[in-house]
Design a protein around this ligand. Sequence first.
Ligand SMILES: [Zn+2]
Length: 94
Amino acid sequence: MSTIPFLILCFIASYVEMPTWTRIVLIVLGLALVIVSGSFCIKIETEAGKYECKYCGHHYIPKYSNVYFAMHLGRTRYMACPKCHKKSWQKKIA
Ligand SMILES: [Zn+2]
């Protein structure tokens, strides 16, 4: 939902005649919108379901900061298991 307003703000900043500081304000506003809405999406992603450790099979709900900063491919994230402390690509389960 926030991507479309971000793109609209960027197009306005790029193609409409206006002072430079206004362009900067529009782009920063769009970025803030993406960061805030993305943070809410990651909060939902953190709390819905559990992750499974590839090595020990431990099921757990990770900390928000671990999910926020972890590399990911879809819903699979590269995180450390809280039980065995090994890092692996951990899949989201139900
Ligand atoms: Zn583990």
